[in-house]
Design a protein around this ligand. Structure first.
Ligand code: ATP
Ligand code: MG
Length: 250
């Protein structure tokens, strides 16, 4: 059959114990496209990704992935099923070498040929990683670390990749590189990507579908180009200008 959507959630209510963060959210991810979620600090973007991974308390609602209801699945089962997740923080082992990080990322995979294939693929996407193999991952620059973190997700041969604020803490100069890298990866692999970003304009420029999140709800859903042209986007900046770097609009 093959649905247009690789992931679909309906009526999601999510939080942490008693703290309710996400309200009655419907969320769909078109297959093979880049979906961008933007919104100011603390509105629930990370919480939504955690709900999809089974890492937050889902009070009600469902998560479907690849046509299956995975709402009751454990986080590791979701990972094994092909949901790739690059968390906002703590996404590498800084004391381990780059080579060890890549090895750790694949440790649940039992097909050595596939692991080799994936390793070669990661090197082809990020050739510089190869030069860093013996180095402790904690000594990499922000942008290099980001490549490693993405590479680690790709080692597991995901069917979708969810990336939480890959440009956080990066020099403005590097932001476009990271975005371009992601867009190139999407293009090359056809992998559906969910990208959470506060640098809304730059992310939307590489996106197909998009959501704007405020207060645990979506206040806009539609094509990335429609959101780029929408007054709600400017409003988001006005509300949150102090938390953005000031070069956002260029
Ligand atoms: N483990 C937790 N326990 C309790 N509350 C939490 C927890 N994690 C997040 N929150 C709260 O949930 C709300 C949404 O947080 P979330 O991390 O989803 O925001 P965000 O949109 O990703 O923000 P940012 O852009 O700053 O990363 C915030 O009010 C936050 O303080
Ligand atoms: Mg977040």
């Amino acid at each position: 059959m093959g649905s247009k959507y690789i992931m679909e959630s309906k009526g999601l209510n999510v939080g942490y114990g008693p703290i309710h963060v996400i309200y009655d959210l419907d969320f769909k991810v078109p297959d093979g496209e880049v979906t961008i979620i933007v919104g100011p600090n603390g509105v629930g973007k990370t919480t939504l990704l955690k709900a999809v991974m089974g890492l937050a308390t889902v009070y009600s609602g469902s998560v479907h992935f690849n046509g299956e209801d995975i709402s009751d699945w454990q986080p590791y089962e979701r990972t094994m099923a092909g949901i790739g997740y690059m968390p906002q923080t703590g996404n590498i082992f800084s004391k381990l070498s780059v080579a060890e990080n890549l090895k750790m990322a694949a440790y649940t995979m039992n097909d050595p040929d596939l692991v080799e294939d994936k390793r070669e693929f990661v090197y082809s996407l990020f050739p510089r990683l190869k030069d860093f193999l013996p180095r402790a991952a904690g000594t990499l620059s922000g942008g290099e670390r980001q490549m490693l973190a993405e590479g680690m997700v790709l080692m597991r041969d995901p069917k979708i990749m969810m990336v939480d604020e890959p440009t956080a803490g990066l020099m403005p100069k590097l932001v476009n590189d990271v975005m371009r890298q992601l867009a190139a990866m999407a293009e090359e692999t056809g992998l559906p990507i969910v990208l959470v970003e506060q640098r809304a304009r730059r992310a939307l420029a590489v996106g197909d579908y998009s959501y704007l999140m405020r207060g645990g709800k979506f206040t806009f859903e539609g094509t990335a180009s429609d959101l780029l042209a929408h007054p709600l986007l400017d409003e988001m900046y006005l509300g949150a200008v102090e938390v953005h770097d000031l070069d956002v609009k260029e």
